[in-house]
Design a protein around this ligand. Structure first.
Ligand SMILES: *[C@@H]1O[C@H](CO)[C@@H](O)[C@H](O)[C@H]1NC(C)=O
Ligand SMILES: *[C@@H]1O[C@H](CO)[C@@H](O)[C@H](O)[C@H]1NC(C)=O
Ligand SMILES: *[C@@H]1O[C@H](CO)[C@@H](O)[C@H](O)[C@H]1NC(C)=O
Length: 349
């Protein structure tokens, strides 16, 4: 994967012939397409997919429209699709993905002074291929963590000026060299494209006086859901119809609909070393697999955390195999296999 920062200087908008200055930045991922994602309908084009003569046209539109977070570009067909949420990337020849870099620290962090994270689950940045960023400052490190949805926290070493990205926050331990910043996950979501939720009930909001509404964009829908911890998911139709719901237990295919599930603020796991449980394999509709070899533990953890319906996983160190699981029952010993089970979050608000 080639990483570069695409810096656009001054250019003409070919359609309107106005000269504008735009020095905005996008991260560019060559030969990568968006993984699970939700389209964004541009107000300028009234479309989520357009045919262009150059990708700058798409980036300009995406930059100026608040809800747009990324541009998925098909190099051969010269088409680009605007995205409001992208949860992952996948290799795809002839496709480039342009991710908007947040202009400022968008998330809020909780600071734990003089501490490191208790259990170390490093997060490997997709952009840098590293979990430790050397010779940096805390602002840069926070902005890297912000631009990657699955990064949960950072530990910044004040003595060494290096930064460790974390995929999970497991509590803090005193350390004189470091400060730890934990992302407050008020707006972290998991996305299931072309699906509707099963289970749970509608969530009635007094803001609307109902549980569903035609909204102007997905952000409006998510903002209302964010106001209450009882609202756990939204189902969003391309016609901009937003349905609020409580917990859901399963999903089913439905073209034109997407579910955006609210992730628990902190996902914790019970860890059972050298043990496996009676369980069913879980096929992730988000990531499109149930078992995979050659995965680092932190990626396995990230995948299960990002998928609300994943109950846990079994990790086998030999072959680095990650099995996603559901419906856990009795346990038994098993050398070299460790089971991670998501803890139920007691959410009383
Ligand atoms: C894009 O181009 C490919 C050939 O390069 C073609 O097979 C495909 O159907 C085109 N897709 C669209 C959406 O036009
Ligand atoms: C912080 O950096 C210093 C200097 O590089 C190093 O000696 C120290 O071990 C680091 N501390 C931690 C907790 O990584
Ligand atoms: C849902 O769609 C996927 C591919 O889009 C397909 O593989 C799967 O079988 C479908 N599931 C159901 C329940 O129809």
């Amino acid at each position: 994967m080639v990483y570069k920062i695409y810096l656009i200087l001054v250019y003409l908008i070919s359609v309107s012939n106005i000269c504008i200055e735009s020095s905005h930045k996008f991260d560019v991922f060559d030969n990568e397409a968006a993984g699970p994602s939700i389209s964004f309908e541009s107000t300028r084009w009234s479309l989520s997919e357009i045919q262009v003569t150059n990708v700058e046209e798409c980036m300009d539109t995406c930059y100026t429209e608040e809800g747009c977070k990324a541009v998925a570009f098909d190099v051969h067909n010269m088409t680009c699709e605007f995205k409001s949420i992208v949860i992952g990337k996948e290799e795809k020849n002839g496709h480039d993905l342009y991710m908007k870099i947040p202009s400022e620290i968008e998330h809020q962090y909780k600071l734990y002074k003089n501490s490191i994270v208790t259990l170390n689950f490093p997060f490997v940045s997709a952009k840098f291929g590293l979990s430790t960023i050397p010779n940096t400052d805390v602002e840069e490190c926070l902005s890297i963590c912000n631009s990657e949805p699955l990064c949960r926290a950072i530990t910044f070493n004040i003595t060494g000026n290096n930064c460790n990205l974390k995929s999970s926050f497991t509590g803090e331990t005193f350390n004189n060299d470091c400060h730890t910043y934990v992302k407050l996950l008020t707006d972290e979501y998991s996305v299931y494209a072309n699906s509707v939720a099963i289970g749970g009930t509608s969530y009635f909001t007094s803001v609307w006086g109902s549980s569903n509404k035609i909204v102007k964009d997905l952000t409006e829908c998510l903002d209302v859901c964010s106001l209450s911890s009882k609202c756990r998911a939204v189902t969003f139709h391309v016609s901009l119809h937003c349905y609020l719901g409580t917990e859901f237990t399963s999903i089913t295919n439905s073209t034109g609909y997407s579910i955006v599930g609210k992730m628990p603020k902190i996902t914790e796991y019970e860890i059972h070393v050298d043990r496996i449980f009676g369980s069913q394999p879980y096929y992730s509709e988000i990531f499109k697999w149930s078992s995979m070899k050659g995965l680092d533990i932190e990626i396995c953890l990230n995948v299960c955390t990002a998928d609300l319906l994943c109950k846990g996983f079994v990790y086998r160190t030999s072959g680095k195999r990650c099995h996603l699981i559901t419906e856990i029952s009795s346990q038994s010993s098993s050398f070299e296999q460790t089971t991670y089970i998501k803890k139920e979050i007691n959410d009383c608000n």
